[in-house]
Design a protein around this ligand. Sequence first.
Ligand code: ATP
Ligand code: MG
Length: 327
Amino acid sequence: RKRVFSGIQPSGNLHLGNYLGALKNWVAIQEDYENYFCIVDLHALTVPQDPKVLREKIREVAAIYLAVGLDPEHCTIFRQSRVSEHTELAWLLNCIARFGELSRMTQFKDKSRKEGAESASVGLFDYPVLQAADILLYNAHLVPVGEDQRQHLELTRTLARRFNHLYGETFVVPEIMILETGARVMALDEPEEKMSKSSPRPASYVAILDEPDVIRRKIRRAVTDSGTEIVAAPEKPAITNLLQIYAAMTERKIPDIEAEYAGRGYGDFKKDLAEIVVEGLAPVRERALELLENPAELDELLESGAGRAREAARPNLHTAWARMGLD
Ligand code: ATP
Ligand code: MG
């Protein structure tokens, strides 16, 4: 069976973008692959985190993984920090990754813009190398992610090829899997920016665990464009984003939705969209809250997942060591 690897950071509230761009897809393909779905808690540390909040968010991600329908029979669910092979391989890859190529990563530029690169953590700079290690460690064939991860995946492929070239065939060069709709959900209050869980503005995202009325309010207040027509167009980024969310939630085509709302106002459209999102997320929210009442069970799931992940990872790390002369 081919292997899938993907992960989400426990760096805030999981949102509609994480759901539509990543989680929904993971659930859809899980039965066809051997899956490793990681809670990438070491990645979360690349920007400041409150330990108390981080601890809670880790469990929250685990609960959401299960609540969306990931099946532990098909998926190994675990924490990155509990499988030390990730950081061990990251070091090996650090030594073949180039300063120049990491300097070109747009996520680093975006995330360090506010304080400036001088004050960004070295971890944030090195983030894509740890991510490459996450993936290559399992010889994953397929990595289902949102559009924003395309550049990091290209780097992962480059590092795999470079290692193979320098030290002999070792790693699978993974394929990226990005959905057609839902792979780039934009912020509700700023449609030029992607929806992000580390955003300081809760109005910018719909969280998977938001209460129904909060979701309704956020969608009602989402910015719109000038004009009144409900059509997807480059000059209408806000309405285009809402249409994409509508399409991804309902599995319908955008032209079909445009036709349905021809001649109707933004108000009508947003009201319907809010109900669609509320209904889509309600079962996930309810199930996740149930699971969170039993944290010991979630911890156990993560522990046993880490055991299985380590078994898969260890031999591959040993091979990489040996190829480099560290055997
Ligand atoms: P952070 O702001 O802390 O980076 P994030 O919202 O970007 O959080 P990540 O944990 O970095 O979430 O990414 C988890 C997965 O969700 C990745 O596959 C990523 O591509 C996907 N993803 C993140 N944001 C979006 C979005 N706005 N639309 C679609 N997919 C997204
Ligand atoms: Mg991100």
